[in-house]
Design a binder for this molecule. Structure first.
Ligand code: FMN
Length: 157
């Protein structure tokens, strides 16, 4: 199963830590959105999209990358992100990104998220929040997610 994870991890490499674990389980190549083009992406059986969150949005580089893709025609995909806080009803960035993937013709099989160390400026008064996240438990949960996903993809392809 040829798998790639398109990962934008800017702040502390939190999302990249999750990508490394999931990528190991799936035998995936991990790339920044700037390192792969649409034609190459089309050659993969499974595509992961991964991002941190900034001001209640996934990183714009990843969103713009997906917006620029042609129709994926049912290509299998998954999504994960790290953030300092749970999504609020005010801005459903995960749901919106998932909708964008669906609009682009991806079949999103599953999603994963966990907390990541957050040093958004006002939070630095207290030294940031979610220190040490993702932690060993988060990485174990990411591994379990990837194992479940791997079984599912194998079963459907
Ligand atoms: C400038 C800035 C803005 C952020 N905005 C949000 C936000 O709106 N919601 C949230 O839950 N986390 C927010 N965070 C926390 C990041 O999403 C979190 O640290 C994430 O794990 C970063 O992933 P990365 O290290 O892979 O880039 C923000 C962090 C920074 C530095």
């Amino acid at each position: 199963m040829k798998t790639v994870i398109v990962c934008k991890s800017v702040s502390h490499g939190n999302t990249r830590k999750i990508a490394d674990v999931i990528g190991e389980v799936l035998g995936a190549r991990i790339v920044d959105p700037g390192e792969i083009d649409a034609a190459e992406l089309g050659g993969y059986d499974l595509v992961g999209f991964a991002s941190g969150v900034r001001y209640m949005e996934f990183y714009p580089e990843l969103v713009e990358f997906v917006r620029g893709l042609p129709q994926a025609r049912g290509q299998q995909a998954f999504l994960f992100h790290t953030s300092g806080f749970p999504e609020t009803p005010l801005r459903r960035y995960k749901r919106d990104f998932q909708a964008l993937l669906a609009q682009k013709g991806f079949r999103v099989l599953d999603t994963f998220d966990c907390y990541g160390y957050d040093t958004w400026a006002p939070l630095m008064i207290v030294g940031g929040v979610r220190k040490g996240r993702p932690n060993a438990e988060d990485l174990a949960a990411a591994r379990a997610f990837a194992e479940k996903l791997r079984a599912r993809v194998t079963a459907t392809s």
